[in-house]
Structure formats: C-alpha cells, structure tokens
Design a protein around this ligand. Structure first.
Ligand SMILES: C[S@@+](CC[C@H](N)C(=O)[O-])C[C@H]1O[C@@H](n2cnc3c(N)ncnc32)[C@H](O)[C@@H]1O
Length: 448
C-alpha cells in the first residue's frame, strides 16, 4: 500500500508543481512594476436550484493561457483521471478546483490550515498520498506553491468570523447568534460551508454558486459526507449558475440569489474566491453593479463583500488607493486590502455604506458591519515596506512571506491618481519619510 502511495505521490509532485506554477492569472504590471513576492438549512436531497446557464464544461471565456499552460493542464488532467480512476463518487475538474481540493487536504496534513473536511472529499484509494505523513512529506519541496491557497483560506475565514461576531449577526439582548447569509460564488469543492456548519448556532444560511456540472459534483460529495461523516447534515443551497449569463444587462445577479432563496432582510457575507479570472469582463461589470445597487438599498440587510479574486476590469493595479476609490465610487467602504502578483489578485473586504438623514442632509455613512470590522483588521495602507510600515514586527524582521513590496512614486503611495493631481494639490510628502519634498515623481523606495 505504501509503494502504491509513493508512486502516486511522485506523479502528484509533478502535478502539484505544475498546477501551482501555471496559472490563468496574468499578472498585471503597473507603471512602476512593484516587486511583489508573496513569498440552509436544506436537507440532503433537496433539489439543486436552477439558474440559466449556457456553459457547463467548466471552461471560461476569460481564461487565457499560453501553450505551456495548456500543455500543463492537459498533463494534469491525465493525472487527475488516474487519481480519480477508482473513485466510487466521481467528481470532475473545473478551472483547477480539484487540485485546490487536493492542496487543502495536503495543507491540513502539514498543519498549515485547519481543514478536516477536504480529505473526506477525496477518493479513498488515493487520498493517502496527501493524508499520510509519509505521502505528505514528499510534497514539502513544492508546498510553497500552495501558499496562495493557504493565504486566501485564512483571509476569507477571518472575514467570515468578523462578520459573524458583528452586532448584526448576534442578538443585542443575549449575544445569541442570529440568522445570516453566507454566499460563496465559484465555490467549487471548497469545504467552508461544512467547516462552518456547526458554528454560529447552525444559523448561517450557506449558498454556493458554481457551474451546473460542479454543483452536481458537490451534491455527490455532500451525499457522501452525510452518509459517512454527519447524518444530521443540513447542507447549503447549491446554485448552478454560469456567471457569464450576466453579460446580458437584463439578468440581475442579486435577483438570482434572491430567487435561489436568499433572505434579503438578513445581513449577507458575499464571497468571490478565485473565480472572476474565468468570467468575461462585461459580465463582471454587470454583476458588480448589481451588488453595489443591492448594498446601498436600505431595505436590504447590510452586505459584506469578501474577495480573493481579480478586480479587473475596474482595478488593474495593485494599489490600495485604487481599490479604495473603486469601492468609494460605488458607495461601499473598503475595510481591509492587500494585493499580490502586481494587482492580478486582490484580497479585499468591503462593507455597505448607508444613507443617514442627520440634520436633514442625506449623508452616506459606514454601516454597522463596517464599524465592527474596521477596528478588527489592519488599517488600510497605500503601501508599505520594511522601511515604512505600520507593522513594527515586519520592520524588525523583514520577510518575503505574505508581504508585498512596491516600488512606487511617493504620490502614488500617498494616494494621488496622477503626478499632476499631486502637484496641483501642492503636494508635500510626509516630512518624516525620506522623500524629497515637492518632488512627487522622485522614487522613494527601492527594494532590491
Ligand atoms: C480555482 S476554482 C476555485 C474554487 C473554490 N472557490 C475554491 O477556492 O476551492 C474556480 C471555480 O470557478 C468556477 N467557475 C469558472 N467559471 C465559472 C463561471 N463562468 N460561472 C460560475 N463558476 C465558474 C469553477 O467551476 C471553479 O469551481
């Protein structure tokens, strides 16, 4: 059995390396290339809700790869058919979601994330190569390539925990958990809905949207989980949905969620995890507009948007001020932000702003969720380096782990759109910094 596991482990090492070194994410290089290194309660059997879809093969109009990426994907596709050849509950791959699942099981075995569900989704005959100590140790040389999966899992779990502890999700009288929505878009074979199923008094109404084929696969996994692990499971509502349908401006994203059973009076946590790379830009624009319209409507419960995803086409640079402007312009408040790969991926937490009518003047204000979360997350910074950071530990021990470094002009770091804006505003950079005053175009930080 151990030999069997080892053979698969060697095969999988090459797969995992290629899976995480090739990506559909095309890093965006802004004017000054930043040097970035980050080093429902439904019961089983309930009908999967249906939303119209034109694509079921898991391919995307937006995914764009070079010939090596395509060759690597073809190769890893063969490896996956081997890994799942004897799976009594077969599930298909879609936009790399199977390899993310395997990586999560591996990271759990290595103690890098807490996910005791991922391995239960894997075929019993082959899962040993990532769940046994011997098998998992073979992956240590390449485990660094899974860091982005670990980082996004931590970010989203953290955001969800902040949301759940907010006054909107807990009773004012006795602190008891109150019902709320958690919506995972492009959920794939992500395990979050199961990992959180017994948290918050079981009052989180989970909705998971993905392509129809993937939802079918997920239902298979949920049936298996209910039978083998948790007979009392109340599973999430699965929403088979091709996000490219929002290319048509007459199809409303938030309405689709409402039609799927989302209670709009409840506070809502809405998460996009590594899915928008695969969706066409027009559809993304339309679905974001629908979210913004929903978020500012005081008839709806407050919304918290959590993204570990592309913000294109609206934001195609890594800078926090660009992300903040985007949310400001759309009446939402950016609460936490960082980016990686030159802005190809943003980790962003944003909350609804609501109108108040103080002194008869209509004014947009931070929502309850925003006020709650803002004090619990790191303050927004336009940029930071080991020489300028609000993280004292980082200055003492500079690191490439989970940190990004930007080479940028001071006016960019300080939030101006253009050097002209900075000059017009009589720009003076922070006198405590090493920037040359009145020289908004001088390079302030260079990391070598
Ligand atoms: C990289 S996987 C991420 C899966 C999951 N969020 C996770 O982290 O485990 C991308 C997911 O996006 C889904 N996806 C790709 N294109 C889509 C589309 N047009 N509509 C809905 N989902 C899509 C894929 O099926 C896949 O499950």
């Amino acid at each position: 059995m151990y030999h069997y596991t080892s053979v698969f482990s060697i095969l999988a090492c090459s797969w995992l390396a290629s899976a995480f070194t090739t990506t559909n994410v095309i890093p965006n290089v802004p004017i000054q290339s930043p040097k970035v290194q980050e080093l429902s309660g439904n019961s089983i059997g309930r009908t999967i809700l249906s939303a119209s879809s034109s694509a079921t093969d898991g391919t995307s109009e937006s995914s764009d790869q070079n010939v090596f990426g395509e060759a690597s994907d073809a190769f890893t596709g063969i490896l996956f058919s081997l890994l799942h050849a004897f799976d009594p509950d077969p599930i298909g791959d879609s936009s790399k979601n199977l390899r993310v699942l395997w990586a999560r099981a591996l990271l759990n075995t290595l103690g890098m994330i807490e996910d005791d569900v991922a391995s239960t989704f894997l075929p019993p005959t082959t899962r040993g190569m990532v769940t046994s100590k011997g098998g998992a140790s073979l992956f240590t040389p390449i485990v660094q390539f899974t860091e982005w999966i670990q980082a996004r899992t931590d970010f989203i779990d953290g955001g969800l925990n902040h949301f759940l502890t907010s006054p909107l999700c807990q009773s004012e009288d006795d602190g008891e958990p109150m019902p709320c929505n958690a919506i995972l878009i492009g959920a794939g074979y992500d395990t979050r809905a199961l990992r959180f199923r017994n948290k918050h008094g079981g009052k989180i109404q989970f909705f998971e949207a993905d392509l129809p084929d993937v939802c079918e696969g997920k239902q298979t996994l949920y049936n298996k989980f209910k039978k083998e692990e948790d007979p009392s499971l109340k599973q999430s509502t699965l929403i088979p949905l091709d996000l490219n349908v929002f290319d048509d401006p007459n199809v409303d994203f938030m309405k689709k969620l409402e039609e799927a059973g989302m209670d709009t009076s409840l506070p809502t946590f809405l998460c996009f995890e590594a899915v928008l790379f695969y969706v066409n830009e027009n559809a993304i624009n339309n679905l974001m507009s629908s979210i913004f319209k929903y978020a500012e409507n005081s008839k709806n419960g407050e919304l918290m948007l959590c993204m570990t995803d592309s913000l294109k086409p609206a934001v195609d640079v890594p800078f926090t001020n660009a992300a903040r402007n985007f949310f400001d312009e759309n009446n939402m408040e950016l609460l936490e932000h960082r980016s990686r790969w030159g802005g190809a991926v943003h980790f962003a937490l944003a909350g609804s702003r609501r109108y108040s009518f103080e002194s008869e003047k209509k004014k947009l204000q931070t929502g309850v969720l925003g006020n709650h979360v803002r004090s619990r997350v790191p303050q927004l910074v336009n940029s930071y380096t080991p020489t300028q950071s609000n993280n004292k530990d980082l200055i003492k021990n500079p690191s490439f782990d989970n940190v990004w470094y930007a080479v940028a002009y001071p006016w960019q770091i300080d939030g101006f759109e253009t050097p002209l804006d900075a000059a017009m505003a009589g720009y003076k950079s922070n006198p405590t910094s090493n920037a040359a005053n009145k020289k908004p175009y001088a390079t302030r930080y260079v990391i070598i």
